[in-house]
Design a protein around this ligand. Structure first.
Ligand code: 26V
Length: 812
């Protein structure tokens, strides 16, 4: 904490900027170019202009930000703190320009200089501080909290390196480090005064009846704040990211001066490693000390900051739940329960039970997956080594939890055998636990936490995920956005249910044609980008069929590529059968150590090699896999897609949010009854959705059948032909047995039921073909999809969190 030099009497309101007229904005841009970036217009590069422009726009975020913060303090409002190891933000320049209502002015001013806004925006690296769905959800929720006026802070880590970059070499995934901070970021404000010590290791001593934790080492958490401005600029919140900083005493100057440079810097490097890199796995491998340390680093700094802010205005910590809600994004910050209890007991004189009561009423936990391998568990030994005091607290919570279960023979344990179960811990220390779609929440109740649910029947609630329509429609799809506004007027951006107004135009041939033109423009945009960036030419008259998401067996990219092979074989057998030309688009990264997922990537690329170079089928079928899928690629691709592949094994995709982005942009879904697909289908109407596949119950039953894989393959001639072609090396002529591993999985285990669902998927793809041949029919279905997607705005999700979990009223 640094000493206050506050100057009373000068009010920040007096410093407000003049109206953002083109004249003023032009001045501001040139001013920042010259005095912030230090370049003259004659010598500026694209980067220089981007930095100047970002600063000119950021200036405009400051006043709403201050005003919101002041109001929250003045009205002593409850705040929500969203703790997440991931925030997959993407780019911010255009997002802020749109939300602040500056986009048109910016374009005009840049035009005046002969500069293109799109070009400059494209220069910004993505902030890829997340793996996939969970991280992107956190980013959408931040934006919605600012839009609906929910006083909130996002807390995360300021990773120096975000999610790795993906390249392909001979079809194989190669990972290279991501470096978004290399050129610096214009968005954040460094807050050296908001820094906290986070302790690790050491031991717990008893001192007159009290437990005292003496950590072995301490790392400094330094705050970096980015303003998050809601649509219309009426409210702004803070995303506070912690950077790990070595304490000054860690650097051994004497050693350095005597020439031992590396050794002198080692403890420093170790401290910094806490925020060095985002873990690229989206499932735990267990026993990773650095990962646990990162989680505690985020959690401890955030909880300290939260208590400091509360105590600046209050003194009674028993009333914390009236002013503070902490949401845990999955179990990654689940050490928040023990940490809060520790601070209340060890530093604020609470009794254990009173501390547990306060913590539980403050905390909420969102579960994002049922996959057993993704449920975090830490060994007791590791916990003792890194967080000995927290282990004591968890042990006591475990004892109480077992007592609560009375005489139950095989009680659920927070510590089972030699492992701490973070899901059970998060449940036990939260007043609400939510799943992220209706089906998922049901399975959380029945399969994951049945005993907890029996003990606390009101604790589990469902909050179906949502997406922000500002980024995923207004920003990503300007042509469709304009058509929507021209048709139903303004206001849909913050009241997405208004899209219903499009329903009445679904049968109007003129509107269908206009709608079709927006899709075509988006396809040309994506195709142009693909040609410029990757030298791949696409026929834009073809059906664009897209599956983009992390590579995972349960998401079944394998099913998609196997069907693609079957389709190719059929075209070759009967090239004149009037096939609908298709482009199969894949995108997504595999965890570096996930070998099966990497084999699937390679197979897709190998199939592309053969299919795209086959003169017989080239005009009818393409397979493209642009590398390094992320938020920015999604913004270009999703508006261009006709068909959205949401084909996970039923019961395994918690929700999905890509499914929502595609449907909102007028792609039709081919999908299983899984996650939010079920609710999307209900909303858009079953006749406007291509459904196939086993249900979650049927999946469980099928898995119990011995040899289900072999039996299913033997029932399907097309699938046999596909597997045989792969086995013969059709797609790997230089290495016939390259896919032996995948084939073995298909024949002998097939946990994800690719074979069992193959024929149903094939039939649904046949339906797609038939529907696409009738453009008016297709257009009508697509329009109805857009019109009925209002429910999936993240504003709706956030309002539900506010009323059902956080008990916060909107400030707007
Ligand atoms: C786990 C771990 C474990 C350690 C290494 C890093 C890491 C990163 C992420 C995860 C959990 C992944 C869970 C996840 O992303 N779930 C997705 O959440 C989306 C938002 O709710 C949802 O739409 C997807 O269906 C779900 O898969």
């Amino acid at each position: 904490m640094s000493e206050s030099f506050a100057v009373p009497g000068i009010r920040s309101d007096d410093l407000s900027l003049p109206e953002p007229t083109p004249e003023h904005f032009r001045w501001s841009l040139l001013h920042h170019l010259q005095y912030t970036v230090g370049k003259s217009p004659e010598h500026a590069s694209k980067f220089d202009w981007r930095m100047a422009l970002s600063h000119a726009i950021r200036d405009r975020a400051v006043n709403p930000w201050f005003a919101s913060t002041r109001r929250t303090w003045a009205e002593d409002r409850k705040r929500v703190y969203y703790l997440s190891m991931e925030f997959l933000i993407g780019r911010l320049l255009e997002d802020l320009a749109i939300n602040l209502g500056l986009r048109d002015v910016v374009v005009e001013v840049l035009d005046g200089f002969g500069l293109s806004f799109a070009d400059i925006a494209e220069d910004e690296p993505d902030a890829a501080l997340g793996n996939g769905g969970l991280g992107r959800l956190a980013a959408c929720y931040l934006e919605s909290m600012a839009t609906v006026g929910c006083p909130a802070y996002g807390y995360g880590l300021r990773y120096e390196h975000g999610l790795f970059e993906q390249r392909f070499e001979h079809g194989r995934q190669i990972e290279t480090p991501e470096n978004w901070l290399a050129e610096g970021t214009p968005w954040d404000f460094t807050r050296p005064e908001s820094a906290y010590q986070v302790g690790f290791g050491g031991e717990v001593a008893e001192e007159d009846g009290h437990q005292l934790w003496r950590p072995r080492s301490r790392v400094l958490a330094a705050a970096h704040d980015t303003p998050v401005v809601g649509y219309g600029g009426r409210w702004a919140n803070t995303l506070r990211l912690w950077a790990a900083m070595p304490n000054a005493d860690l650097f051994d100057l004497a050693r350095f001066n005597s020439g031992e440079f590396a050794a002198a810097s080692e403890p420093e490097a170790l401290a910094r490693s806490l925020s060095r890199v985002l873990y690229p796995n989206d499932t735990t491998e267990g026993g990773k000390e650095l990962r646990l340390s990162q989680e505690y680093f985020l959690t401890s700094a955030s909880v300290q900051d939260i208590l400091r802010r509360y105590l600046a205005a209050h003194d009674d910590l028993t009333r914390l739940p009236e002013y503070v809600a902490i949401q845990m994004n999955d179990t990654h910050p689940a050490i928040a329960g023990p940490e809060l209890i520790r601070l209340l007991v060890d530093e604020h004189g609470f009794g254990f039970d009173a501390a547990v009561d306060v913590a539980t009423r403050v905390l909420g936990y969102t579960n994002h997956t049922l996959l057993p391998e993704a449920l975090e568990r830490w060994t007791v030994d590791l916990m003792r080594k890194v967080l000995p005091r927290h282990l004591q607290i968890i042990e006591r919570l475990d004892t109480q939890f077992v007592e609560l279960q009375g005489s139950r023979p095989d009680p659920v344990r927070l510590i089972g055998g030699d492992q701490v179960n973070m899901g059970d811990l998060a449940f036990a220390t939260s007043h609400r636990v939510n799943g992220v779609s209706a089906l998922h929440s049901e399975l959380v109740r029945k399969d994951l936490f049945p005993v907890h649910d029996e003990l606390h029947p009101d604790r589990i609630v469902n909050i179906t995920n949502g997406i922000t329509p500002r980024r995923w429609l207004r920003l990503a799809n300007p042509h469709l956005s304009r058509l929507i506004t021209d048709t139903i007027g303004e206001g849909w951006e913050t009241d997405l249910e208004r899209l219903r107004g499009l329903e009445q135009h679904a049968d109007d041939p003129a509107f269908q044609a206009a709608f079709g033109r927006t899709k075509h423009l988006a396809k040309e945009g994506f195709a142009g980008w693909l040609a410029d960036e990757h030298g791949i030419e696409l026929p834009t008259n073809a059906l664009f069929d897209a599956q983009v998401k992390r590579l995972h067996e349960y998401k079944r990219q394998l099913l998609n590529i196997l069907w693609t092979i079957a389709h190719w074989q059929r075209i070759k057998r009967d090239p004149g059968a009037g096939w609908v030309p298709r482009v199969k688009i894949f995108g997504g990264k595999a965890a570096p150590s996930y070998h099966t997922a990497k084999d699937i990537i390679r197979l897709i690329n190998d199939v592309g090699q053969v299919v795209n170079n086959d003169p017989e089928t080239r005009d009818l079928l393409r397979v493209v896999y642009p590398p390094n899928y992320g938020v920015s690629m999604a913004e270009k691709l999703i508006p261009a897609a006709d068909l959205s592949e949401q084909i996970s094994t039923a019961g395994m995709e918690a929700s999905g949010t890509g499914n929502m982005k595609f449907a909102l942009n007028g792609a039709l879904t081919i999908g299983t009854l899984d996650g939010a697909n079920i609710e999307i289908r209900e909303q858009v109407g079953p006749e406007n959705f291509f459904l196939f596949g086993l249900t979650a119950d049927e999946v469980a039953a099928r898995r119990a059948e011995p040899d289900h894989a072999r039996a299913a393959i033997e029932r399907s001639q097309p699938l046999q032909d596909v597997l045989q072609a792969i086995a013969e090396g059709t797609f790997s002529p230089d290495e016939t047995h390259r896919y032996g591993g995948l084939l073995d999985l298909m024949w002998n285990s097939d946990w994800f039921l690719v074979a069992s669902d193959f024929d149903a998927y094939d039939a649904a793809q046949g339906e797609v073909e038939r529907a696409y041949r009738d453009p008016q029919h297709w257009q009508r279905m697509a329009i109805l999809n857009v019109a009925r997607m209002g429910y999936f705005s993240s504003d709706r999700s956030i309002r539900e969190y506010m009323s059902e979990i956080w008990d916060i009223a909107p400030a707007l």
